[in-house]
Design a protein around this ligand. Structure first.
Ligand SMILES: *[C@@H]1O[C@H](CO)[C@@H](O)[C@H](O)[C@H]1NC(C)=O
Ligand SMILES: *[C@@H]1O[C@H](CO)[C@@H](O)[C@H](O)[C@H]1NC(C)=O
Ligand SMILES: *[C@@H]1O[C@H](CO)[C@@H](O)[C@H](O)[C@H]1NC(C)=O
Ligand SMILES: *[C@@H]1O[C@H](CO)[C@@H](O)[C@H](O)[C@H]1NC(C)=O
Length: 819
């Protein structure tokens, strides 16, 4: 238990904490310009003097007392230039000291000690009796104690907290431990460490259970691209942004290169993220993260809790349960009933679709019928619920405890929760408040906050924004719940499989080159050709029709390729083309996708479609067009926002939007950005020539590439869907302002004046007036806002989805009655 060392502040307790942070950071940034980078033996730093800090020679790190609560301080090292103070190391994270009288001293006997107001030692180094004569803060962020010859006898790099800095190795006996919540620094439940099998892992180690969740516990060490044969157990992030571990875990920052400040942090939500500092704005940008889906973190929602995407990850309680501690999701949910298992007549099962609780299966049976699975659970007091899963053959899992719950459309199975018949279950899931947030969304939000403050427009905007977000959130939740119910109520098991969710990682496989040669009849039928390679039609042994893409310019090394591919294989959404497998042999790299029947949007939309124009163009009805726009937006929002922010498509255009049998859109070619390093360094525009019209202005300038480049491209596509012709060709008339640009400008003005006479002029004449005017007007309006020159004015993809949903036909009403 941490000792309680907090004392009331001498000022009014009403002062908002962030003002304090601002005040303190002002002090320190002012002070750091004059601060030294070392102290000698016999000197100390005092908590009361804000100028009493060390600054590294290049000013990038500061070391001193850091405010962690009201009047509570920790001796820390932080990044000098990040806008929000970011701590890289702490001596006393679980034992903060008083804001008066505390000091850290380099004693004459060579020890560095941290003492509290009462003189008690809170922390000290193991250098007593050595020749240490100075403490120095290096440019790497390492605080070192040196002897006169320069030999390092102690260093802060040896005792990491939750962050690893470049060149700081993670070794055998060390681990990163997350903080408990966003602004606290106490040790939390998640850790990163080398396990006894030499593999680097993430673990939840809570009061009730421990559970490993990364790398994917369903896969073997090899399947995860790791090895357990190298026992050196060392991992390090280098100055370039490349991380290499002795178990072959390897990744690169999306903005790889020298000169960027980075940190690898195990965040309080259990995800491991690499951040890069933008020195101009002082904001952190995520350049890699371990888990694409935050709900795969174990322990996040506690016992009985379920993590779901709304689309932001959120915790919820199943029917008949309530939050154990309304302020803390890690404590989970408790039942509001007593389960007596004697009288099976008084029990029933409630279905929660696409939901699983990981682990605690006391029975696992493939090829078990639903009825026998239910009987197994009903007759056994140990059984709290069962999961019935439909991957290939039906599988039954009975659960003796409910932990690590999550719900995802990608999970092909349902949870059946055992409840007494007396428990009312008129509602489905009980949603919690704001709890888990994706890191990057916070980063973006912070950017917004600071901008608003800079503009001096004060708090009111924020109230509106939060109200707006709440309303959007509420609409979204209603939509999702109602959507699920409409979709799954009363449906038979077999039908579920047809809903586009059937490709799951288990079916993901490695093909041989010979196999794919045979399937494609030696690459006979070319379906198309994109920036990353040509695509061929193929027929697998089991009569599945597939599309096989031959990659050019791919990353080297089979392991790295496999690691990347398996990441993308887990990306699964109805509006994204599913990946079935891959082939990597010698220099050959191939990807196998599901086959999408109706070809690309460009083929279906433009009458001038270059290659095989067969006169059927522009046959898309208005309803189909709207559905395509909405589906594409949903797919992109999924890539950008379900904690997958680092997946930027980079090449959104009608050629990369495929249409299935029912003309539902499926985005293709995403993620290849990473595999072929097309998006990476930014200035490779020439390599995606031919799609100039879809490129955001950032590509041509030196601005960082963010998800907003996809928003821009989507805006162009949206306008094209309405207009039925390539807008791109007009948008880039050399030199003088193109006619279309001026037209769009006029439309914008008219929208501002509430005039909608322009709608008829802009909609594709091929529709012969058969369209929904309100939708068309809104789509144009959204399209125009997406192609704003200034990327901060463009909406985010999840907002676009929301805007489109608001004008969708026939609002879906929530149906909450149980089957
Ligand atoms: C202090 O501890 C570190 C890490 O355990 C060790 O590497 C170092 O040699 C120790 N220093 C002394 C002077 O004992
Ligand atoms: C084990 O990993 C280390 C660090 O990555 C590497 O230097 C070494 O060569 C590896 N050993 C073997 C046998 O692969
Ligand atoms: C469940 O049983 C306990 C003790 O047997 C009792 O205190 C509690 O009120 C019961 N709860 C409900 C909801 O019946
Ligand atoms: C319930 O399941 C547990 C775990 O398999 C088993 O040990 C126990 O005997 C079962 N009880 C009954 C009544 O079948």
């Amino acid at each position: 238990m941490p000792r309680n060392r907090t004392h009331p502040l001498p000022h009014s307790p009403m002062i908002p904490l962030f003002l304090l942070f601002l005040a303190v950071s002002f002090h320190s940034s002012f002070a750091s310009s004059t601060a030294k980078n070392f102290i000698n033996r016999g000197y100390s730093l005092s908590v009361e003097d804000h100028a009493s800090v060390l600054a590294s020679l290049d000013q990038s790190f500061t070391c001193g007392f850091y405010l962690v609560g009201s009047n509570a301080y920790s001796f820390s090292i932080w990044f000098t230039n990040s806008r929000e103070r970011t701590v890289a190391w702490m001596a006393n994270r679980d034992l903060p000291v008083n804001g008066r009288g505390s000091r850290v001293s380099l004693l004459r006997d060579g020890t560095m000690v941290l003492t509290d107001v009462d003189g008690s030692t809170v922390w000290s180094t193991n250098t007593t009796g050595t020749k240490v004569d100075k403490a120095e803060l290096l440019n790497t962020g390492n605080l070192v104690l040196k002897d006169p010859s320069g030999k390092i006898l102690w260093q802060s790099f040896d005792s990491p907290i939750d962050t690893l800095l470049p060149s700081q190795p993670l070794t055998k006996s060390k681990k990163l431990v997350s903080a408990t919540s966003k602004r606290t620094y106490y040790s939390g439940y998640f850790s990163l460490f080398f396990d006894s099998d030499n593999v680097l892992k993430l673990m939840y180690d809570g009061p009730e259970i421990s559970s490993l969740y990364w790398p994917n516990p369903d896969y073997s060490v090899f399947q995860n691209g790791r090895t357990s044969y190298n026992s050196s157990r060392i991992a390090v992030l280098d100055e370039m942004g490349r991380f290499l571990s002795s178990d072959r875990m390897e990744f690169m920052a999306s903005d790889m290169g020298f000169g960027t400040r980075r940190r690898l942090t195990l965040d309080y939500d259990g995800n491991l993220r690499l951040y890069s500092l933008n020195e101009l704005t002082g904001l952190w940008v995520i350049s890699w993260q371990a888990l694409a889906q935050l709900c795969n973190v174990h322990g996040l929602c506690g016992k009985n809790g379920i993590c779901l995407y709304t689309p932001q990850p959120k915790c919820s309680c199943p029917p008949g349960h309530e939050m154990s501690d309304p302020s803390d999701w890690s404590k989970g949910c408790r039942p509001t009933f007593n389960l007596s298992c004697e009288d099976t007549e008084k029990l029933r099962f409630v279905e929660i679709p696409h939901t699983d609780f990981y682990g605690f299966d006391f029975y696992y049976g493939p090829s078990t019928s639903f009825e026998s699975c239910m009987k197994l659970c009903l007759g056994n007091c140990t059984c709290k619920a069962f999961v019935y899963r439909l991957t290939g053959e039906a599988t039954c899992y009975t659960k003796s405890a409910l932990f690590n719950g999550y719900r995802s459309p990608r999970f092909v199975g349902n949870l059946y929760l055992k409840l007494p018949t007396s428990v009312e279950t008129s509602e489905t899931l009980v949603l919690g408040g704001t709890d888990i947030t994706c890191g990057i969304r916070e980063a973006e939000t912070n950017m917004g906050l600071l901008k608003t403050l800079d503009a001096g427009s004060g708090k009111t905007k924020w109230v509106y924004l939060y109200l707006f977000l709440c309303v959007i959130g509420a609409i979204e939740i209603v939509f999702i719940i109602s959507g699920w119910w409409c979709l799954f109520r009363g449906q038979k098991v077999s039908k579920l499989i047809q809903n586009g969710y059937h490709i799951i990682p288990n079916q993901f496989r490695k093909f041989t080159y010979a196999e794919l040669m045979k399937a494609t009849k030696i690459f006979k039928e070319e379906l198309g050709r994109g920036g990353s390679g040509a695509v061929y039609k193929g027929l697998l042994g089991d009569n599945t029709v597939v599309a096989v893409k031959k990659l050019e310019d791919v990353i080297e090394g089979e392991d790295a390729f496999w690691a990347e591919v398996s990441t993308f294989a887990r990306v699964n959404h109805v509006n994204i083309v599913g990946m079935l497998g891959f082939c990597s042999e010698g220099t050959k790299r191939l990807l196998v996708y599901e086959y999408v029947e109706n070809g690309s949007l460009s083929k279906n939309l433009f009458s001038d479609a270059s290659s095989n124009s067969n006169g059927e163009a522009s046959s898309l009805s208005w309803k189909e067009r709207f559905r395509i726009a909405l589906g594409t937006a949903k797919g992109l929002a999924y890539l950008h926002h379900e904690c997958l922010e680092w997946v930027i498509h980079c090449d959104v255009k009608p050629e990369n939007i495929l249409l299935n049998r029912n003309f539902d859109p499926k985005i293709s070619d995403f993620g290849l950005a990473k595999l072929s390093q097309r998006c990476g360094s930014g200035l490779q525009v020439s390599r995606i020539r031919g799609t100039m019209g879809y490129l955001a202005p950032e590509w041509a300038s030196n601005l960082p590439i963010t998800t907003k480049v996809d928003v821009y491209s989507f805006g162009v596509v949206l306008l094209e869907i309405v207009k039925g012709i390539r807008l791109s060709s007009w948008m880039v008339a050399n030199g003088e302002e193109a006619e279309q640009t001026r037209f769009l400008w006029l439309v914008k003005k008219k929208i501002e004046c509430g005039d909608d006479s322009w709608v008829e002029d802009i909609v594709d004449p091929a529709l012969k007036g058969q369209f929904n005017k309100k939708q068309a007007a809104r789509m144009v309006e959204i399209g125009i806002s997406c192609i704003e020159e200034d990327k901060s004015k463009r909406p985010a993809m999840d907002e676009v989805v929301q805007f489109l949903l608001e004008c969708e036909d026939g609002p879906k009403l929530p149906t909450l009655d149980m089957p």
